[in-house]
Design a binder for this molecule. Sequence first.
Ligand code: ZN
Length: 302
Amino acid sequence: MPDRPPVSEMLDDSERHVAEQLKQTPEVIDTQGRINTADLYIDAPKWRKYPQVSCVFADLAGSTSLRKGRWEASTASIYDAAVKPAVRILADFGADFIDVQGDAAFGLFTGEYSKRRAICAGITIKTFGELVLIPALEAKWPTNPPQTGFKVGCAVSDLLAKKIGISRTAHHAPVWAGRAVNYAAKCSQQATAHQMIVTKPIADVIRCNEYLWYSCACSNEYTELWSEQYVEKVSGKDADGLLLKSSWCATCGDTYCEKICTGSWRRPDVDSKRNLFTYGKYQRVIKFREANGMQIRRGIGG
Ligand SMILES: [Zn+2]
Protein backbone atom coordinates (compact mmCIF):
# COMPACT_ATOMS: atom_id res chain seq x y z
CA MET A 1 0.00 0.00 0.00
CA PRO A 2 1.41 3.40 -0.94
CA ASP A 3 1.33 6.07 1.74
CA ARG A 4 -1.92 7.95 1.41
CA PRO A 5 -1.45 11.68 0.89
CA PRO A 6 -3.63 14.08 2.86
CA VAL A 7 -7.04 14.84 1.31
CA SER A 8 -6.00 18.44 0.62
CA GLU A 9 -3.09 17.18 -1.48
CA MET A 10 -5.38 14.82 -3.46
CA LEU A 11 -7.67 17.74 -4.21
CA ASP A 12 -4.76 20.03 -5.17
CA ASP A 13 -3.50 17.35 -7.60
CA SER A 14 -6.99 16.94 -9.06
CA GLU A 15 -7.34 20.67 -9.47
CA ARG A 16 -4.03 20.88 -11.36
CA HIS A 17 -5.13 18.03 -13.65
CA VAL A 18 -8.49 19.66 -14.44
CA ALA A 19 -6.83 23.02 -15.17
CA GLU A 20 -4.25 21.36 -17.44
CA GLN A 21 -6.88 19.36 -19.33
CA LEU A 22 -9.18 22.32 -19.89
CA LYS A 23 -6.31 24.50 -21.13
CA GLN A 24 -5.52 22.29 -24.11
CA THR A 25 -7.58 21.11 -27.07
CA PRO A 26 -7.26 17.35 -27.40
CA GLU A 27 -5.75 16.12 -30.63
CA VAL A 28 -7.83 13.77 -32.79
CA ILE A 29 -5.87 11.28 -34.89
CA ASP A 30 -7.70 9.60 -37.78
CA THR A 31 -6.90 5.91 -37.52
CA GLN A 32 -7.56 3.22 -40.12
CA GLY A 33 -7.58 -0.53 -39.62
CA ARG A 34 -8.53 -2.61 -36.66
CA ILE A 35 -8.94 -1.21 -33.18
CA ASN A 36 -5.98 -2.17 -31.01
CA THR A 37 -6.17 -0.92 -27.44
CA ALA A 38 -2.36 -1.13 -27.19
CA ASP A 39 -2.29 1.80 -29.67
CA LEU A 40 -4.49 4.03 -27.54
CA TYR A 41 -2.91 7.00 -25.78
CA ILE A 42 -3.17 7.33 -22.04
CA ASP A 43 -1.17 10.30 -20.71
CA ALA A 44 -1.16 12.41 -23.87
CA PRO A 45 -4.40 14.29 -24.65
CA LYS A 46 -4.77 12.39 -27.93
CA TRP A 47 -7.83 10.49 -29.10
CA ARG A 48 -7.82 7.99 -31.94
CA LYS A 49 -10.75 8.32 -34.31
CA TYR A 50 -11.99 5.11 -35.92
CA PRO A 51 -14.46 5.49 -38.81
CA GLN A 52 -17.76 3.59 -38.90
CA VAL A 53 -17.41 1.25 -35.93
CA SER A 54 -20.31 -1.15 -35.41
CA CYS A 55 -21.25 -2.01 -31.84
CA VAL A 56 -23.28 -4.98 -30.61
CA PHE A 57 -24.55 -4.67 -27.06
CA ALA A 58 -26.03 -7.77 -25.38
CA ASP A 59 -27.68 -7.46 -21.99
CA LEU A 60 -29.07 -10.31 -19.89
CA ALA A 61 -32.79 -9.69 -19.31
CA GLY A 62 -34.35 -9.94 -15.88
CA SER A 63 -31.04 -10.11 -14.09
CA THR A 64 -32.41 -8.07 -11.18
CA SER A 65 -35.07 -10.72 -10.58
CA LEU A 66 -32.37 -13.38 -10.88
CA ARG A 67 -30.66 -11.74 -7.94
CA LYS A 68 -33.73 -11.95 -5.72
CA GLY A 69 -34.98 -14.74 -3.50
CA ARG A 70 -34.33 -18.31 -4.32
CA TRP A 71 -32.19 -17.62 -7.34
CA GLU A 72 -29.58 -15.73 -5.39
CA ALA A 73 -27.31 -18.73 -4.94
CA SER A 74 -27.47 -19.61 -8.63
CA THR A 75 -27.11 -16.09 -10.02
CA ALA A 76 -23.33 -16.20 -10.28
CA SER A 77 -23.39 -19.39 -12.29
CA ILE A 78 -26.18 -18.08 -14.56
CA TYR A 79 -24.11 -14.92 -15.25
CA ASP A 80 -21.06 -16.96 -16.18
CA ALA A 81 -23.08 -19.52 -18.13
CA ALA A 82 -24.80 -16.77 -20.14
CA VAL A 83 -22.19 -14.05 -20.62
CA LYS A 84 -19.14 -16.12 -21.54
CA PRO A 85 -20.81 -17.64 -24.65
CA ALA A 86 -21.89 -14.12 -25.69
CA VAL A 87 -18.27 -12.98 -25.47
CA ARG A 88 -17.13 -16.06 -27.40
CA ILE A 89 -19.68 -15.33 -30.15
CA LEU A 90 -18.53 -11.67 -30.42
CA ALA A 91 -14.93 -12.91 -30.72
CA ASP A 92 -15.85 -15.57 -33.31
CA PHE A 93 -17.42 -12.87 -35.50
CA GLY A 94 -14.14 -10.96 -35.35
CA ALA A 95 -14.86 -8.19 -32.85
CA ASP A 96 -11.81 -5.93 -32.45
CA PHE A 97 -12.67 -5.12 -28.84
CA ILE A 98 -14.96 -6.79 -26.30
CA ASP A 99 -15.90 -5.54 -22.86
CA VAL A 100 -17.94 -7.25 -20.14
CA GLN A 101 -19.97 -5.00 -17.87
CA GLY A 102 -21.70 -7.11 -15.22
CA ASP A 103 -24.43 -9.06 -16.96
CA ALA A 104 -23.86 -7.34 -20.31
CA ALA A 105 -21.17 -7.51 -22.98
CA PHE A 106 -20.44 -5.39 -26.01
CA GLY A 107 -18.24 -5.83 -29.04
CA LEU A 108 -16.81 -3.35 -31.54
CA PHE A 109 -16.38 -4.27 -35.20
CA THR A 110 -14.37 -2.54 -37.94
CA GLY A 111 -13.22 -3.53 -41.40
CA GLU A 112 -14.71 -5.60 -44.17
CA TYR A 113 -18.40 -6.45 -43.74
CA SER A 114 -18.21 -5.22 -40.17
CA LYS A 115 -21.86 -4.15 -40.08
CA ARG A 116 -22.92 -7.57 -41.32
CA ARG A 117 -20.66 -9.42 -38.87
CA ALA A 118 -22.06 -7.29 -36.05
CA ILE A 119 -25.65 -8.05 -37.10
CA CYS A 120 -24.93 -11.80 -37.34
CA ALA A 121 -23.15 -11.79 -33.96
CA GLY A 122 -26.22 -10.11 -32.44
CA ILE A 123 -28.62 -12.63 -33.98
CA THR A 124 -26.41 -15.51 -32.82
CA ILE A 125 -26.35 -14.19 -29.24
CA LYS A 126 -30.14 -13.84 -29.12
CA THR A 127 -30.50 -17.31 -30.68
CA PHE A 128 -28.18 -18.71 -28.01
CA GLY A 129 -30.28 -17.08 -25.28
CA GLU A 130 -33.56 -18.40 -26.63
CA LEU A 131 -32.66 -21.85 -27.94
CA VAL A 132 -29.74 -22.92 -25.73
CA LEU A 133 -29.71 -21.00 -22.44
CA ILE A 134 -33.46 -21.10 -21.71
CA PRO A 135 -33.87 -24.86 -22.36
CA ALA A 136 -30.83 -25.51 -20.12
CA LEU A 137 -32.31 -23.39 -17.30
CA GLU A 138 -35.70 -25.07 -17.74
CA ALA A 139 -34.05 -28.49 -17.51
CA LYS A 140 -32.29 -27.54 -14.28
CA TRP A 141 -35.31 -25.81 -12.67
CA PRO A 142 -38.37 -27.49 -14.26
CA THR A 143 -40.82 -25.62 -12.02
CA ASN A 144 -40.58 -21.84 -12.27
CA PRO A 145 -37.29 -21.53 -14.19
CA PRO A 146 -35.47 -18.17 -14.12
CA GLN A 147 -36.89 -15.84 -16.77
CA THR A 148 -34.04 -14.41 -18.79
CA GLY A 149 -32.54 -14.17 -22.28
CA PHE A 150 -30.52 -11.58 -24.18
CA LYS A 151 -31.71 -8.12 -25.17
CA VAL A 152 -29.52 -7.14 -28.10
CA GLY A 153 -28.82 -3.71 -29.61
CA CYS A 154 -26.73 -2.74 -32.62
CA ALA A 155 -25.58 0.68 -33.88
CA VAL A 156 -22.76 2.25 -35.89
CA SER A 157 -20.84 5.54 -35.83
CA ASP A 158 -17.35 6.98 -35.84
CA LEU A 159 -15.77 6.45 -32.41
CA LEU A 160 -13.09 8.33 -30.50
CA ALA A 161 -10.95 6.20 -28.20
CA LYS A 162 -8.40 6.81 -25.49
CA LYS A 163 -7.31 5.11 -22.32
CA ILE A 164 -8.24 6.93 -19.15
CA GLY A 165 -6.74 6.20 -15.75
CA ILE A 166 -3.27 5.79 -14.29
CA SER A 167 -0.57 4.65 -16.71
CA ARG A 168 1.74 1.77 -15.76
CA THR A 169 -0.84 0.42 -13.30
CA ALA A 170 -3.90 -1.82 -13.65
CA HIS A 171 -6.13 1.19 -13.03
CA HIS A 172 -7.03 2.33 -16.52
CA ALA A 173 -9.44 1.32 -19.26
CA PRO A 174 -10.27 2.30 -22.83
CA VAL A 175 -13.03 4.87 -23.14
CA TRP A 176 -15.20 5.15 -26.25
CA ALA A 177 -16.70 8.51 -27.15
CA GLY A 178 -19.28 8.54 -29.93
CA ARG A 179 -22.75 7.32 -30.65
CA ALA A 180 -22.22 3.63 -31.52
CA VAL A 181 -21.77 2.24 -27.99
CA ASN A 182 -24.32 4.58 -26.42
CA TYR A 183 -26.94 3.92 -29.11
CA ALA A 184 -26.40 0.15 -29.12
CA ALA A 185 -26.94 0.19 -25.34
CA LYS A 186 -30.12 2.28 -25.80
CA CYS A 187 -31.39 -0.24 -28.38
CA SER A 188 -30.67 -3.10 -25.98
CA GLN A 189 -32.46 -1.31 -23.11
CA GLN A 190 -35.60 -0.92 -25.24
CA ALA A 191 -35.64 -4.59 -26.27
CA THR A 192 -37.09 -7.45 -24.23
CA ALA A 193 -35.59 -10.94 -23.92
CA HIS A 194 -34.85 -12.58 -27.30
CA GLN A 195 -35.30 -9.31 -29.19
CA MET A 196 -32.74 -7.33 -31.19
CA ILE A 197 -33.14 -3.64 -32.04
CA VAL A 198 -30.90 -1.77 -34.49
CA THR A 199 -30.54 1.90 -35.46
CA LYS A 200 -31.19 3.20 -38.97
CA PRO A 201 -27.74 2.83 -40.57
CA ILE A 202 -27.77 -0.84 -39.54
CA ALA A 203 -31.41 -1.17 -40.64
CA ASP A 204 -30.44 0.07 -44.11
CA VAL A 205 -28.01 -2.85 -44.49
CA ILE A 206 -30.65 -5.33 -43.30
CA ARG A 207 -33.34 -4.09 -45.71
CA CYS A 208 -30.94 -4.58 -48.63
CA ASN A 209 -30.11 -8.17 -47.69
CA GLU A 210 -32.54 -10.94 -48.57
CA TYR A 211 -30.85 -13.40 -46.22
CA LEU A 212 -31.60 -11.03 -43.33
CA TRP A 213 -34.85 -9.47 -44.45
CA TYR A 214 -37.05 -12.43 -45.39
CA SER A 215 -37.94 -15.63 -43.56
CA CYS A 216 -35.91 -18.63 -44.71
CA ALA A 217 -36.73 -21.06 -47.51
CA CYS A 218 -38.15 -23.64 -45.06
CA SER A 219 -41.51 -21.88 -44.86
CA ASN A 220 -41.82 -20.77 -48.49
CA GLU A 221 -43.66 -17.71 -47.16
CA TYR A 222 -41.00 -15.00 -47.51
CA THR A 223 -42.39 -12.90 -44.70
CA GLU A 224 -40.49 -9.83 -43.55
CA LEU A 225 -38.75 -10.74 -40.30
CA TRP A 226 -38.07 -7.21 -39.07
CA SER A 227 -40.61 -4.60 -37.99
CA GLU A 228 -40.21 -0.84 -37.79
CA GLN A 229 -38.99 0.31 -34.39
CA TYR A 230 -38.61 3.89 -33.22
CA VAL A 231 -35.60 3.97 -30.88
CA GLU A 232 -36.12 6.37 -27.98
CA LYS A 233 -33.27 8.61 -26.76
CA VAL A 234 -31.43 8.27 -30.06
CA SER A 235 -31.08 11.44 -32.06
CA GLY A 236 -32.23 12.29 -35.56
CA LYS A 237 -32.45 9.75 -38.32
CA ASP A 238 -30.71 7.01 -36.34
CA ALA A 239 -33.97 6.55 -34.43
CA ASP A 240 -35.82 4.95 -37.37
CA GLY A 241 -34.69 1.43 -36.54
CA LEU A 242 -35.83 -2.15 -36.85
CA LEU A 243 -36.83 -4.89 -34.41
CA LEU A 244 -36.14 -8.61 -34.85
CA LYS A 245 -37.87 -11.33 -32.84
CA SER A 246 -36.83 -14.42 -34.79
CA SER A 247 -33.66 -16.46 -34.37
CA TRP A 248 -31.45 -18.40 -36.81
CA CYS A 249 -33.22 -21.33 -38.44
CA ALA A 250 -31.61 -24.65 -37.41
CA THR A 251 -31.58 -25.72 -41.07
CA CYS A 252 -30.63 -22.48 -42.87
CA GLY A 253 -28.72 -20.54 -40.18
CA ASP A 254 -25.21 -21.79 -41.03
CA THR A 255 -25.54 -21.09 -44.76
CA TYR A 256 -27.32 -17.75 -44.44
CA CYS A 257 -24.84 -16.43 -41.87
CA GLU A 258 -21.91 -17.44 -44.09
CA LYS A 259 -23.50 -15.75 -47.12
CA ILE A 260 -24.21 -12.55 -45.19
CA CYS A 261 -20.71 -12.30 -43.70
CA THR A 262 -19.03 -12.87 -47.07
CA GLY A 263 -20.94 -10.12 -48.86
CA SER A 264 -23.92 -11.88 -50.47
CA TRP A 265 -27.33 -10.28 -50.38
CA ARG A 266 -29.29 -12.01 -53.14
CA ARG A 267 -31.10 -15.28 -52.45
CA PRO A 268 -31.59 -17.53 -55.50
CA ASP A 269 -34.88 -18.83 -54.05
CA VAL A 270 -36.21 -15.27 -53.93
CA ASP A 271 -35.35 -14.58 -57.62
CA SER A 272 -38.76 -15.58 -58.96
CA LYS A 273 -40.54 -13.56 -56.28
CA ARG A 274 -38.42 -10.45 -56.39
CA ASN A 275 -40.61 -8.47 -58.78
CA LEU A 276 -43.57 -8.97 -56.47
CA PHE A 277 -41.88 -7.17 -53.64
CA THR A 278 -41.54 -3.45 -53.23
CA TYR A 279 -37.93 -2.66 -52.59
CA GLY A 280 -37.59 1.10 -52.45
CA LYS A 281 -33.96 1.96 -51.91
CA TYR A 282 -32.88 -1.58 -52.75
CA GLN A 283 -34.24 -1.39 -56.31
CA ARG A 284 -32.81 2.07 -56.86
CA VAL A 285 -29.39 0.76 -55.85
CA ILE A 286 -29.65 -2.19 -58.26
CA LYS A 287 -30.80 0.06 -61.12
CA PHE A 288 -27.95 2.45 -60.40
CA ARG A 289 -25.43 -0.37 -60.33
CA GLU A 290 -26.78 -1.97 -63.52
CA ALA A 291 -26.86 1.39 -65.28
CA ASN A 292 -23.24 1.93 -64.32
CA GLY A 293 -22.13 -1.56 -65.31
CA MET A 294 -21.32 -2.40 -61.72
CA GLN A 295 -21.14 -5.90 -60.33
CA ILE A 296 -24.52 -6.33 -58.69
CA ARG A 297 -23.80 -9.54 -56.87
CA ARG A 298 -21.53 -7.70 -54.48
CA GLY A 299 -23.13 -6.83 -51.20
CA ILE A 300 -24.66 -3.48 -50.51
CA GLY A 301 -23.39 -1.61 -47.50
CA GLY A 302 -21.22 -3.08 -44.99
ZN1 ZN B 1 -34.83 -22.51 -42.63
